[in-house]
Design a protein around this ligand. Structure first.
Ligand code: GLU
Length: 374
């Protein structure tokens, strides 16, 4: 009996203990679970296709989709805060107006001093974009530019001299001859004489002159025209090669002294202003590209995937990306210093890389599109 009661008593205590333990486990666990479920953050972003695309108040694009999946996996509730540029994203996270920043934010040494970044979420880099001038596009600006470049103005001046001076000399000389080759009236005689000088400069002499000075000049013209034509040809060739065939800017080495656009506060803006080009900053990369298309800029330097995406879509045929990626950069998700969220987001990001979700997302946005990988 005693042993029955003792067993029952112990059994009762054990049960109590177990439920108590279970209860206290629950009580201990619930605030943590609550905290995870209820983490609410504001995420600062900016529109930058194909990373952030705004459609009807919603955000899509590689970075927006990535963040949505990361937030789901890390159990983070969030609201978007739209800003105008990367500078404003940094400011929002710095002031605490946002707890996360995501778009196409390059991880740089200077930013790392002030903020914490996630693991790299995308490999990027800077590239150059120029206006696409079709080879048969002979705009007035192009033609004028062609005649005002290099030694061309001097050659044109020399040609004018070679027409006016010898033209007058032969007209005067011929006029005195009994059988003049040109009309002895100043008009139209001088025009005939200058036409002779022009064809002489071009290496062709149609009229044979009768005066002694005229004949002497005809012989001199053979040598002068030879020199002149050789020089003219060399100048034309170099002018064509530099401007027409290669388009002038083929990479970052051609940018010093040029008008180059980028977005406000971006890594490309810093690059441009520290490499001898005239920087023009824009809020949206589309505005910079519009200025390029309008001939107000010579080039745009920006993140390669953004430029390639534009060139393959809206900018097809209007712009082209030249040269290699000349500065590699990684994008990261931005957090304030010592954010406890970073570890959870990093874990989710690494898991996405391991289980293939990252690759699927990458292919969705950067896969083969219309035969062209962007
Ligand atoms: N990757 C650039 C940066 O972080 C993007 C700038 C931008 O969003 O315009 O500076």
């Amino acid at each position: 009996m005693t042993s029955f009661f003792r067993t029952a008593f112990y059994g009762f205590c054990l049960l109590n203990l177990m439920s108590g333990a279970a209860l206290s486990q629950d009580q201990a666990a619930s605030p943590t679970v609550e905290a995870i479920v209820k983490t609410k953050v504001v995420v600062a972003t900016r529109v930058l296709p194909p990373f952030i695309i705004e459609d009807g108040g919603n955000f899509s694009g590689f970075s927006a989709d990535l963040w949505q999946e990361l937030a789901r996996r890390a159990r983070v509730e969030f609201t978007w805060k739209k800003t105008s540029n990367v500078k404003e994203i940094l400011a929002a996270v710095e002031t605490g107006a946002a707890q996360v920043g995501i778009a196409a934010i390059s991880i740089t040494a200077a930013r790392e001093q002030q903020f914490d970044f996630s693991q790299p979420m995308f490999e990027s880099g800077l590239q150059v974009m120029v206006q696409n001038e079709a080879e048969d596009d002979f705009s007035m600006r192009k033609i004028l530019g062609f005649f005002t470049r290099g030694a061309m103005p001097y050659l044109l001046g020399l040609l004018a001299l070679l027409i006016i001076v010898p033209g007058h000399m032969v007209w005067f000389a011929e006029r005195r001859h009994k059988e003049p080759a040109f009309s002895s009236q100043y008009f139209p005689g001088i025009f005939q004489a200058m036409a002779w000088a022009l064809s002489a400069a071009a290496g062709q002499q149609n009229n044979s002159l009768n005066s002694r000075i005229g004949r002497l000049l005809s012989v001199a013209a053979i040598f002068i025209s030879l020199l002149f034509l050789t020089y003219w040809q060399a100048e034309l060739t170099s002018s064509f090669t530099v401007e027409q065939l290669q388009g002038g800017i083929n990479g970052p080495e051609d940018l010093p002294g040029k008008r180059v656009g980028a977005t406000t506060g971006s890594t490309s803006a810093i690059y441009i202003s520290s490499h001898g080009s005239t920087l023009q900053e824009f809020q949206k990369i589309e505005e910079a590209i519009a200025a390029l298309e309008a001939g107000k800029l010579d080039a745009v330097v920006f993140d390669a995937p953004v430029l390639l995406y534009y060139a393959a879509n809206n900018g097809r045929g209007k712009v082209r990306v030249v040269g290699q990626i000349f500065r590699k950069e990684n994008y990261g998700i931005l957090f304030p210093r010592d954010s406890e969220l970073r570890k959870r987001v990093n874990e989710a990001l690494l898991k996405m890389r391991e289980d293939g979700a990252y690759d699927n997302l990458y292919d969705r946005w950067f896969g083969v599109q219309g035969g062209q990988r962007i």
